[in-house]
Structure formats: structure tokens, C-alpha cells
Design a protein around this ligand. Structure first.
Ligand code: URA
Length: 238
């Protein structure tokens, strides 16, 4: 992967693009042991040995985080009113992270954050029908007819959803605990599916995307990088 030297150093966190250009002019930067004074010099970030004041720069082009999203923040990079998922992340300021898809403001759970546009595009593509698993509380008892309706494809606003799996964990008097697996990502999809059956979602949490499970060690608002195995599995058949 080839990149401008000043861009690479700024992404790495050495300084702003303007500061980095000054450092390059001063001769602080070497590529393959040669001092380079041109800020638009192209480097191969995988194969070139780059140093700043003789310290090696190991640039990681893409970052993949899993966040345990709390309710109350929005899945966006900027918002004038609400806290965003990006506001929760520290230490990755130069990576231009964005959330892969959206959860509603009041939904908790697994959100992937990355700067890898191609990966995000494939994970979100409506044609690929990647599975997403949710845990929910519903304001009513779940019947066999509800389970069948999900299986057949619930109709929301004239659109028949892709068949989904509704699994009952437990029925209480006027509440139920369920999991729902869906294979598409329409706006407010799960809430609207239950609404179509005359029921209401009172709590919603995403617990899995494709092969990736929300790490139970992550408290609300916490995040971590995906392990190599998690990323490998996630990228398989993407
Ligand atoms: N379905 C919803 O209704 N809301 C979400 O946040 C995710 C899926």
C-alpha cells in the first residue's frame, strides 16, 4: 500500500499535516535509512522501513474495534446534539473511524468501528444477507404464530422481510425474553417487525454480527480491537 509520507506520519499521530511537513524538511524522517525531505514522497507502508528521529514507525493502515454501545449515543461520526459512538473512543483520533451500520439511539450492544471502507461495504451489503443476532424484551407473550410469522417473513409497510428466526427464551405474564436473528438491516427493523405483530420492543441489544460475538467482558461503553482470529472469521465469505 503506497501513501504520501506526510499523510502517513500525520495518521500515525506524529503531528498535524503542517507540523509533519516541517519535521520532514528538518530531516527528521528516514525511509530505508535515507533522509527524505520531500513531504509528498511516496512510501510503501508494508515494505519500506520508516523512522522518525530514528524511531521506527509501524503503521497499521486499518483498525477494527468492537464497541459495547450504551443507550443514549448515536451511531454517527458527528452529531450536534447527541454523543456519538466515536466520542467514546480514545487513542484512535487519527484513524478516521466510523461505525459499520447503525443501531438506534436506545439500542445497546455490538457495534464494529473501522476505517476500512471496503470491509464495511461488504458487511453491510443488502445482497449478502449477513446474520445479526439480537436479544430483546417484548411487552407481551410470544406465541407460536409470532415465531411462524418471523419464519415466513413479517410484512412491514408493504415490504416482506427476509425470513428471520425468533426464538423464545421465556414468557412472563406480560413480557417475554427472546432472541431474533435477521439477515438484513432495514431502518428500525426489529421494532417494526414486532409492531407489525401488535407488540412492542422494550429493550434491544445486538449480541452478534456474522461470526463476531459481543465480548461479555466489555462493559457498556468499553471497546477493544478485534483479535486476528475474530477478524479472519469475519472476513471469511464476506
Ligand atoms: N432493529 C431495530 O429496530 N433497532 C436497532 O437498533 C437494530 C435493529
Amino acid at each position: 500500500m503506497v501513501m504520501r509520507l506526510d499523510k502517513l506520519l500525520a495518521h500515525y499521530g506524529i503531528g498535524t499535516r503542517k507540523e509533519v511537513k516541517k519535521y520532514i524538511k528538518k530531516g527528521y524522517v528516514k525511509v530505508n535509512s535515507q533522509i527524505i525531505k520531500k513531504d509528498d514522497f511516496k512510501v510503501d507502508i508494508i515494505h519500506d522501513a520508516i523512522t522518525f528521529q530514528d524511531e521506527s514507525i509501524y503503521y497499521q493502515p486499518f483498525v477494527y474495534l468492537m464497541l459495547h454501545k450504551p443507550a443514549g449515543c448515536v451511531c454517527a461520526t458527528k452529531d450536534n446534539v447527541h454523543q456519538t459512538v466515536i466520542d467514546l473512543i480514545e487513542g484512535y483520533e487519527n484513524y478516521d473511524l466510523f461505525p459499520v451500520g447503525r443501531l438506534d439511539k436506545d439500542t445497546e450492544g455490538l457495534v464494529i468501528l473501522t476505517n476500512d471502507g471496503d470491509f464495511a461495504h461488504k458487511l453491510l451489503s443488502p445482497n449478502r444477507h449477513h446474520a445479526k443476532l439480537y436479544y430483546a424484551h417484548i411487552n407481551a407473550r410470544i406465541t407460536d404464530e409470532d415465531i411462524q410469522a418471523f419464519h415466513d417473513g413479517v410484512v412491514i409497510d408493504g415490504y416482506r422481510c427476509f425470513p428471520a428466526h425468533l426464538s423464545l427464551i421465556k414468557n412472563y405474564d406480560e413480557l417475554s425474553e427472546v432472541t431474533i436473528e435477521i439477515f438484513e438491516g432495514k431502518f428500525h427493523q426489529i421494532k417494526r417487525m414486532f409492531q407489525a405483530l401488535g407488540k412492542r420492543v422494550v429493550y434491544l441489544k445486538r449480541i452478534k454480527i456474522k461470526s463476531l460475538k459481543l465480548d461479555p467482558c466489555l462493559k457498556l461503553g468499553e471497546y477493544r480491537e478485534l483479535s486476528d482470529d475474530e477478524l479472519f472469521d469475519l472476513k471469511k465469505n464476506l
